[in-house]
Design a protein around this ligand. Structure first.
Ligand code: CO
Length: 134
């Protein structure tokens, strides 16, 4: 059901420092920071030949990554995003398999303007999973 790996999201406290690590130490192509107030994060996109890495810094009060950074003060991998062809069919299959879909179960428009859902990490090997309809 899942298709390509779309991105891996890494939560960081200091987006400028993290961008410098990816740009200067790892030699990656790093975008300018893009504030996404509706998602409570500022994002830097890193284009790799086969997938993206997204660096997420909290933006505003009640950012969805604030708690994660309290537990992981050095930052860390926050979620992994797989592409699906049909997000409603994917959701229904996941629920039928007993997986927990976060929120109200209805897809939201994600950071790339496409419908996304998040799946409970306890059901997926301790990893928060995002599915995105491409
Ligand atoms: Co994501």
């Amino acid at each position: 059901m899942i298709g390509r790996l779309n991105h891996i999201a890494i939560a960081v406290r200091d987006l400028a420092a993290a961008s410098a690590v990816y740009r200067d130490t790892l030699g990656a192509k790093v975008s300018d920071p893009l504030p996404q107030p509706e998602h409570g994060v500022t994002v830097v996109f890193i284009e790799l030949p086969n997938a993206k890495v997204e660096l997420l810094e909290p933006l505003g009060a009640g950012s969805p990554i604030a708690k994660f950074l309290e537990k992981n003060p050095d930052g860390g991998m926050h979620h992994i995003c797989y592409e699906v062809d049909d997000i409603i069919a994917a959701r229904d299959r996941l629920k039928a398999q007993g997986a927990r879909v976060l929120g109200d179960g209805e897809p939201k428009i994600g950071a790339h303007g496409k419908p996304v859902l998040f799946l409970h990490p306890k059901d997926f090997c301790g990893t928060l999973v995002e599915i995105e309809q491409i």
